[in-house]
Design a protein around this ligand. Sequence first.
Ligand SMILES: [Zn+2]
Length: 392
Amino acid sequence: MNLTRDQEEEVIRFTQEMIRCPGYSGEERETAAVVARQMEKLGFDKVETDRWGNVIGTIYGAKPGPTIVFDGHTDVVPIHMPDLWEHEPYGGEISDGKIWGRGASDMKGGLAACLSAAAFVGRSNIAGTILVTATVAEELVIGRGLGKILEGRKVDALMTCEPTGMNRLAVAGVGRTTVEMGVQGLVAHSSQPHLGDNAVYRAMDASQRIRKMPRRQDPFFGTDVIELVEIKSRPSPGNGCVPEYCWVLWECRLFPGETRETFLNRFYTALKDFDGAEKVTLKIGRVAVDCYTGERLDYEDFLKAWVTPPEEPFRKLVEKALHQIGIQVEPVIFRGCTNASVSAGDMGIPSLIYGPGNLDLAHKPNEYVEIEELLLSVKAYGRMIELTEQYG
Ligand SMILES: [Zn+2]
């Protein structure tokens, strides 16, 4: 599929239009409306906005075939240091062959590209059904917005168009979870600590055990991560008191095969024979967001790792499509969690990550997407869609 000049201009214009809608997680109303309008303008067969504010566009191919999802999230992270931006963060300005602004790489560029590709490939060249999903709140509750779309639908494979650059295809993703440790003590006046039981000391000792517990090694994934990221104690302020309670948060990156139970068991094993173990509780953390529609997404903060192996039909199709248009890709692991953590990790749908932009630019000042890469990605998605006939 080659893009006409008008099509190229439309992809660029639409990317700019989305960048000009700020919208943190839970505030994607404007972006979602722009996406829905664009799907209607480009002739999608069906355009729906669901209870959570996700937009789902459907294109029915002329021939029978698989149902393939192309996905992108509509939310962006806030601007933390506006002074460091050399271009207006929500301006969508073009200079040096790049479109600048929050979300250019992560991931309004990828969303614009896959939506455009689905519309530009003629229906006579599509076997099966193409869904383009523009999902809410990925930056806060990774994949849970997408999960609402996928529940109850029969989907064969999914591409999430997060930034990998054109020469990397993410075929696997690490999992993640948070573990909350609660440690009980006994409050007393700090001048007489022997009358109390210092919960922070106990939390420190328990944390040392967890810090020293063995990490898992994997030839493909490397070493798993279990890192203490936050400590709070009660009462606070603590003047005059031996703390009665301490809360410790661990953030962890997981390998395939790890479940809530196996993972928490590693913590319990580390605390075996620990003096005061009965005063320590462990649980998986939670994530939640109030959607712009008023609905709430509230989940355990646990996402499994996933792998889409070389023989999987969608991976073969994608690799073939990229090869045919002269793009060499290296299969890689995506180190952050994405919507694929839910589609593949939770729901077992073969998933991949491929998209224009650079993950190193995500969440940082001066985010951009190269126009050449943006347009090449439209061509790449287009070729994947044209190959649906050969799926399986
Ligand atoms: Zn993203």
